[in-house]
Ligand binder design. Structure first.
Ligand SMILES: C[S@@+](CC[C@H](N)C(=O)[O-])C[C@H]1O[C@@H](n2cnc3c(N)ncnc32)[C@H](O)[C@@H]1O
Length: 291
């Protein structure tokens, strides 16, 4: 990314502390997405039926489970609709809009599993106080970790699990992350530029970037991805041992559909090549055990 404006904003961005750089968009950003039916979709493995079935079975084996960042509550719905070991399903999210949507979807289901909804920002200290320390068996975050401060989020999750408890994360692939047009190598982050309708919504951008064709494009937060080594090191230093590191491919059609809902959608050649190489966008599916 080039351009004078971009450089001015970068100076302003770099004056912020490293900590404030890492955060994803505010709750309002996600809340607005949850009110726009057609646009309420993410390039997520929850949209792949095989992955969804397997993951619901895996998660439902726990007695007390927590999902952070449910989006459309597709995974929660799958867990609640089957025969499971689970007794309690906690759902935590930064956005009241997302939680309301999940309440509506799951409230209509007849399930013996009790659901609990908690509003909490994982980037703050101890946001899930109402869950007793060490009381959960399994915690899952699907396409959420990139919006979080990894050390704060992992320490929040660490408190909730007993020794041997399991954490599952999906995280975008690092190779594709660094090739995308909204990636800025100077801050090692992607700008979250928002969906088209965000331009008319009453939500303040965090700043502006300049696109390759010279347009001023607002952004609402940052997204980070990690190399395999980086994420394993992060997990290890925060008290988790990696047990599984699998690749799941988000099919090209789904990925392009969601990207085209974003403002200033444009694929560069390198991204196109990667999409062809993998048949879509690879993401990592990681399981780690609390040490
Ligand atoms: C990209 S969506 C993924 C939704 C869903 N898991 C899926 O894969 O379809 C990110 C989700 O994380 C939530 N989220 C983002 N930042 C968060 C934070 N700091 N604390 C808690 N939840 C957050 C959003 O509200 C949203 O539900």
């Amino acid at each position: 990314m080039t351009g004078k404006l971009q450089e001015e904003y970068r100076d302003a961005i770099l004056q912020n502390s490293e900590e404030s750089l890492i955060f994803g968009p505010k709750g309002e950003y996600w809340g607005i997405i949850s009110q726009n039916n057609e646009d309420f979709i993410f390039p997520s493995p929850v949209n792949l039926s095989g992955w969804l079935d397997d993951t619901a079975d895996w998660l439902g084996e726990g007695t007390s489970i927590l999902e952070i960042g449910p989006g459309k509550a597709v995974l929660a719905g799958k867990v609640l609709s089957g025969k499971r070991n689970a007794k309690n399903y906690f759902i935590a999210d930064i956005s009241e809009g997302i939680l309301n949507y999940a309440r509506e979807q799951l409230g209509q289901m007849q399930s013996p599993i009790k659901t609990h909804f908690i509003r909490g920002d994982l980037n703050t200290k101890n946001p899930l106080r109402e869950i007793k320390a060490g009381s959960l068996d399994r915690v899952i975050l699907v396409n959420v970790f990139g919006y979080l401060d990894p050390d704060i989020a992992l320490s929040n999750i660490h408190r909730l699990l007993p020794r041997g408890g399991l954490l599952r994360l999906t995280v975008g692939d690092h190779e594709a992350f660094t090739r995308s047009e909204d990636y800025d190598p100077n801050i090692n982050r992607q700008y979250v530029r928002g969906r088209k309708f965000h331009a008319d919504a009453k939500i303040e951008p965090l700043g502006y970037t300049v696109s390759a064709d010279g347009k001023k494009v607002p952004f609402y937060g940052y997204r980070r991805n990690y190399s395999k080594e980086e994420i394993e090191t992060l997990l290890d230093k925060n008290g988790f041992a990696t047990e599984q590191f699998k690749v799941v491919v988000i099919p090209k059609e789904l990925w392009l559909k969601v990207r085209s809902l974003q403002s200033n959608f444009r694929l560069n050649q390198e991204e196109e090549k990667l999409l062809e190489k993998y048949g879509g966008r690879p993401i990592w599916d990681i399981i780690a055990r609390k040490k």
